[in-house]
Ligand binder design. Structure first.
Ligand code: HEC
Length: 152
């Protein structure tokens, strides 16, 4: 009896791993987003920028609701045009034009810059929430279009 339950334990593990492997394969087959090939280090740098985008968006939302416009500007400004200019040329060369030019990347950075401008200007809460909603459309649009794979 005991050995039977151990057997079924291993059977369970086998089934679980087979299911998750085929799930992964299925995910790759259906992921039709354009692939951007980067080195491991480039991917890490870009993903760290992405996590900064997410945490900044969340903090801007919170600071806007708290009507702390000084904080909104302090959060948004460094992620705006300044950060866009800091993207290394070697990485820019590997990113498709749709990503970097008129596409979602400048829109995202300009979106943060607009929020910083509004916060340091009139600081209208509703306008900033609208700007944040518009900015997040560029996140959604780009994520729907591109995926990153590593090739060192
Ligand atoms: C110009 C394109 C583009 C824009 C704009 C963009 N992203 Fe991304 N983001 C990507 C790509 C590509 C990935 C990797 C997706 C993949 O490989 O499946 C990614 C991944 C991420 C990740 C995962 C990070 C990790 O550590 O794995 C987060 C979080 C993220 N983006 C947040 C955001 C937020 C928030 C915004 C908007 C403020 C945003 N992104 C705007 C292209 C973009």
């Amino acid at each position: 009896m005991k050995s039977l339950s151990i057997k079924s334990f291993w059977k369970g593990i086998l089934i679980a791993s087979l299911t998750s492997t085929s799930g992964l394969a299925l995910g790759q087959e259906t992921d039709a987003r354009e692939v951007i090939w980067l080195s491991g280090a480039e991917r890490a740098a870009l993903m760290s920028e992405m996590r900064l985008f997410l945490s900044t968006s969340q903090q801007i939302l919170e600071a806007t609701l708290a009507e702390d416009m000084t904080k909104v500007e302090t959060l948004a400004r460094p992620v705006g045009v300044k950060l866009m200019k800091d993207t290394p040329a070697s990485l820019k060369d590997k990113l498709p034009a749709g990503f970097t030019q008129l596409g979602p990347q400048p829109q995202a950075h300009l979106g943060f810059e607009n929020i910083a401008d509004e916060a340091s200007g009139l600081g209208d809460q509703t306008i900033i929430l609208q700007q944040l909603a518009d900015l997040q459309k560029s996140c959604v649009a780009c994520h729907a279009q591109y995926q990153i794979k590593v090739r060192d």
